[in-house]
Design a protein around this ligand. Structure first.
Ligand SMILES: Cc1ncc(COP(=O)(O)O)c(C=O)c1O
Length: 449
């Protein structure tokens, strides 16, 4: 047999039932065939998930404080979403590219009605939506500068230190986390990063002018300012007055204001979109994750048709954008938000979470802190006496939570000191109380005091 024949024979060999049942087989196979960078995943093999819970093959369940990294806002495997996916598959249309479909028309209409943004550009991932927004901003800027004196100019994108916008090249360069982009070539003539206008700080739009000028450009070269209402990496929240100043600055310089709500959208913060908390409407709104609550679909929501008028035909497409099955999931998921009850519930549960965490931290020393509580997102930070990150304690606490039946994650940001808490917004009062009790017991076990 040739090497290829041997490999084909191996592929044809049925995986035995024992192998499939055994979680250890799953983990060792993944370790063999995926790079080491993936091996940081906690060894809980997900078999199915429903509402606020994740189950393994043996039927053990965990309450999920990750929402599948902020995706299952309306709960895992919502029956309405599962039904829509199944129905679309049964109809026999799994893919379409550049041809109109009914489900696509219904979804973009639903998005416009729900968000008030008249147009949507559909994509698959959040990072793709980020890069789509950069392209739209560039085309818009180039067109408005045409004929203006000195109209050439570089295309400057202003973003914020500490920002996370995804892991593809453009999205990574737009981010403000230097350690995450040291693999990529520097394109500093394009991206200018300025301090984040965090709540309670003394931020003014002057910092944009100063940073742009020190990059050798002019304010009128800025094509867009892109930021988050709360930063997923640090949970710092935007200052409302600074957000208004940012809006005013962008309008004055004809730069597009882009809010990345890939993480914060669809009820997460107790509002449909987090920008509602600061009363500042962006020109482009980026959404993903909670948009379908399940299958990969993202979108750039466009606040005015002028912004996309100069994009060239075909420039904003990709093979799987507008996938009919993903859109069936999105359409069914969007319908869940129509009566506002889900968002109101998120605000209520958010208060329960904030109160529960405040009670818990009250008896602990100052080096254990709660940060960034906004609706159903919060962080618990463990530091050492001198205030530096204490990732060992965070990891021990996370492992203890998982051991007790509560899924949590520890992002690499903030020195790995933060346990990020983000339950599905459909988590019931009783489930949240149970999760808080599990968290408290885990904290006792690792003796945080
Ligand atoms: C604020 C923000 N922007 C962009 C992204 C990238 O989204 P994706 O992982 O779907 O590319 C994320 C993902 O966590 C995010 O939180």
């Amino acid at each position: 047999m040739t090497g290829t024949d041997e490999r084909l024979a191996l592929l044809g060999r049925a995986v035995t039932q024992d192998e499939v049942q055994d979680d250890a087989w799953v983990i060792s196979t993944l370790r063999r065939h995926e790079p080491a960078t993936m091996h940081t995943q906690h060894p809980v093999v997900w078999d199915r998930a429903s509402g606020s819970r994740v189950f393994n093959r043996e039927g053990r369940s965990w309450l999920d404080w990750t929402s599948g990294i902020l995706t299952a806002n309306a709960g895992h495997a919502r029956p309405e979403v599962v039904e829509a996916i199944t129905e679309q598959a049964r109809q026999g249309l799994l893919h379409a590219y550049m041809f109109p479909t009914r489900v696509r028309a219904r979804t973009v209409r639903a998005l416009a009605e729900l968000s008030g943004f008249p147009q949507s550009v559909l994509y698959t991932t959040g990072a793709e939506a980020v890069e789509g927004a950069l392209k739209i901003s560039s085309r818009y800027a180039t067109a408005r500068r045409r004929g203006r004196e000195g109209g050439g100019g570089p295309n400057i994108v202003v973003t914020f230190e500490g920002a996370f916008h995804g892991r593809t090249l453009g999205a990574q360069l737009a981010g403000g986390l230097p350690a995450q982009r040291d693999w990529a070539p520097e394109l500093d003539d394009v991206f200018v990063r300025v301090p984040y206008p965090a709540r309670g700080g003394a931020w003014t739009a002057e910092v944009i002018e100063t940073a742009v000028r020190s990059a050798g450009a002019r304010p009128e070269d800025v094509i867009c300012v892109m930021g988050e209402i709360y930063q997923g990496s640090t949970l710092r929240q935007i200052d409302p007055a600074a957000a208004r100043e940012l809006r005013e600055w962008c309008t004055r310089h004809d730069a597009l204001l882009v809010f990345d709500e890939i993480q914060s959208g669809f009820g997460r913060t107790g509002a449909l979109f987090a920008y509602e908390h600061v009363g500042v409407r962006p020109d482009l709104l980026l959404v993903a994750k909670g948009l379908s609550g399940s299958l990969p679909v993202s979108a750039v929501l466009v606040g005015d048709e002028r912004f996309t008028r100069d994009v060239r035909p075909g420039e904003l497409t990709s093979t799987h954008s507008g996938n009919p099955v993903s859109l069936a999931a999105a359409e069914a998921n969007l319908a869940l938000y129509a009566d506002g009850r889900l968002v109101a519930e998120a605000a209520r549960r958010g208060r329960q979470l904030a109160d529960g965490l405040a009670d818990w931290v009250a008896g602990l020393p100052a080096r254990r802190r709660i940060i960034g509580t906004m609706g159903l997102v919060a962080g618990v930070v463990c530091t050492t006496e001198d205030g530096s990150p204490d990732p060992q304690t965070s990891q021990r606490l996370a492992a203890e939570c998982i051991e007790r039946g509560l899924l949590v994650c520890v992002p690499s940001t903030l020195g790995g000191a933060m346990i990020k808490i983000m339950p599905p917004i459909t988590t019931s009062e009783a489930e949240l109380a149970e999760a808080l009790a599990l968290f408290g017991a885990a904290a006792d076990a690792v003796q945080l005091g």
